[in-house]
Ligand binder design. Structure first.
Ligand code: SF4
Length: 574
């Protein structure tokens, strides 16, 4: 097999569908706001890592309300929905019920209910055993039947008034054929097409790609109805199709004679899992790598995943700020900023759930050598605090405050500082920004201050604040696109795509205005002009991310942090 000749395409529509995404967000928000035990009626998604993460947050999946022991709890109805009778039963038990039914499933329930109340019988075209169907049947006033497709229409009796609806993840062709045949089975027929848009889009892409692919890999749970449907489409149209749940299910012989591979996934398959599969396919197809190139690639991933590159970026920013402030270069302050950032980012990354293609490196760092990497991170943090103490005790106190919040952030509610941090939306980006701006810009200004901090230093601190805030938000964008489990403490998650990028472009304009003001003040004009030129890089990156052109996580993180290195290099040359 020659990898060059094999074309690998990953579906643009792959990743969590909006219904699943919103249900997960809702549950995570609840776990932050409330201390009560949370149950989901059935698993939110069929993914082991996500389920484990939810368990750690005191969120358990139950199959029936009978499993609830303490009634002082919250029960979440998942995206599939449940019958109204079951919902009433849940409420009568006395526990708090939170409805995370997908709005598109609710629309289907409503269509059924309206016609059922007018005396219509209901036919649902879907999977008889699926939870969504059980929920939909509950709205039919006891006059509902389920067929899996047009081939079962002949088994039905004649109806006076009939409403035909689809399971939201049904294939449009199957539904249309069934509806057509049902015309003969009813005096009055209402066709309610309740197939959801994300499913239509996903299936359309699979149809288009399958007809031109030699091998289609469908990723997702074997018990997921929508994944099975994607597989059936692929099996029909592609030369070969496989349905897998994990990278280990791939084998070399699957790729014999294959020139074009298409990878798609079901609605509850996280993006990072799809990236893992894509990477595994590349590994199977590629020629044995030059050991030197392999080593370089591993070191690069290690530097990014282990936050070493981020620490170097913070050192670069400190250097830029010192030059911009016109204070003497202090290697001690640069080392302090780097150690501080390294410590916090390593500890936070170790606790992330779900990762992109950096999984092997993550395994190496945070599983195989977990104690070692934690020890290095804590020692770095303590070293940063010791260095801050040698400057003065006020610097130490502020550094200790930011470090304390940073290390407690990913933990549960028993840590007061963690709760403080999670109190308001976007808090994670703001605390990160204050911590960096303090260490990289304010401490150098304090060191260089005679009687008081100069106005140039104030501009430099503001410059650092804006730059780091943009970095933090962009990293958050990448995390959400990798389906990492993050909450509203992440700016992007809290405000959404368009407001995020309006804010970022506005901050970019302020960043440029800050530098331009320094230029007008005739302050180190060569340096200021160089930095203005260097910022064009961020403008390009912002524009690409705004158009959702976001690469896999390791590359994206590299592209974000490189901005600081570019600015430091231009500062050095200026
Ligand atoms: S597949 Fe469609 S209907 Fe089902 S949860 Fe996702 S968006 Fe909602």
């Amino acid at each position: 097999m020659d990898e060059k000749k094999v074309q690998i395409t990953v579906a643009k529509s792959a990743g969590f569908c909006p219904g699943v995404k919103s249900a997960i967000d809702k549950v995570l928000e609840l776990s932050k706001q409330r201390t009560k035990k949370i149950y989901t009626l059935g698993p939110l998604i069929h993914n082991r890592q996500v389920i484990e993460t939810l368990k750690e947050k005191n969120i358990d999946s139950i199959d029936s309300p009978d499993e609830i022991k303490d009634k002082d709890c919250i029960v979440v109805i998942r995206a599939h929905g449940i019958p109204p009778v079951e919902e009433a039963r849940l409420r009568s038990i006395g526990c708090e019920v939170v409805d995370a039914t997908c709005p598109l499933v609710k629309r289907a329930q409503e269509k059924i209910r309206i016609y059922a109340l007018q005396g219509y019988d209901t036919i649902i075209v879907g999977d008889k055993k699926h939870a969504e169907i059980t929920g939909l049947l509950g709205y039919t006033e006891g006059r509902g039947r389920v067929i899996s497709g047009p081939e079962e229409v002949h088994t039905l009796p004649h109806f006076e008034k009939l409403n035909v609806v689809a399971q939201t993840t049904q294939e449009p062709d199957v539904f249309a054929k069934a509806a057509e045949l049902l015309k003969e089975k009813a005096d009055t027929l209402v066709v309610s097409n309740t197939i959801c848009h994300p499913t239509t889009h996903r299936q359309k892409e699979t149809v288009e790609q399958s007809s031109t692919s030699d091998l289609v890999i469908v990723v997702g749970g074997k018990n997921s109805a929508n994944t099975t449907r994607l597989f059936q489409i692929a099996e029909r149209l592609a030369k070969k199709a496989v349905h897998i749940e994990k990278a280990d299910d791939l084998s070399k012989k699957m790729f014999n004679g294959v020139q074009k591979v298409f990878i798609t996934a079901g609605a509850s398959t996280p993006s990072w899992m799809i990236e893992n599969i894509a990477e595994a396919v590349h590994l199977i197809l590629e020629k044995p790598k030059n050991p030197f190139v392999s080593a370089l690639s591993f070191i690069w991933r290690l530097a990014i995943t282990g936050s070493l590159f981020t620490a170097i970026s913070s050192v670069a920013l400190t250097y830029v700020c010192m030059r911009l402030e016109g204070v003497p270069i202090s290697y001690k302050v640069m080392a302090m900023a780097g150690l501080f950032v390294f410590s916090l980012h390593t500890l936070n990354r170790a606790l992330e759930k779900g990762t992109s293609s950096a999984d092997k490196v993550r395994q190496f760092l945070f599983a195989d050598h977990r104690n070692f990497s934690h020890a290095v991170a804590y020692v770095s943090g303590i070293a940063a605090l010791v260095l801050s103490f040698t400057i003065n005790w006020k610097v130490f106190l502020a550094a200790a405050f930011f470090w304390g919040i940073g290390i407690s952030y990913p933990h549960k509610t028993q840590y007061v500082l963690a709760n403080l941090g999670k109190f308001f939306p976007t808090s994670k980006d703001l605390f990160t920004t204050f911590g960096w701006a303090y260490m990289c810009a304010y401490v150098p200004a304090l060191q260089g201050a005679g009687i008081g901090i100069s106005k140039h230093s104030i501009y430099a601190v503001f410059f650092a604040f804006l730059l780091v805030f943009m970095r933090s938000v962009l990293c958050g964008v990448v995390q959400v696109h990798s389906d990492l489990i993050v909450g509203r403490e992440n700016f992007y998650k809290a405000v959404g795509h368009i407001p995020t990028f309006i804010t970022l472009f506005f901050f970019y304009a302020m960043l440029s205005a800050t530098l331009f003001t320094l230029y007008l003040m005739d302050w180190n004009t060569t340096l200021v002009l160089s930095l203005l030129g260097g910022l064009v890089y961020y403008l390009v990156l912002l524009s690409a991310f705004a158009k959702r052109r976001i690469p896999e996580r390791t590359t994206a993180d590299t592209l974000i942090d490189i901005q600081f290195i570019v600015l430091a290099a231009l500062t050095y040359l200026a």
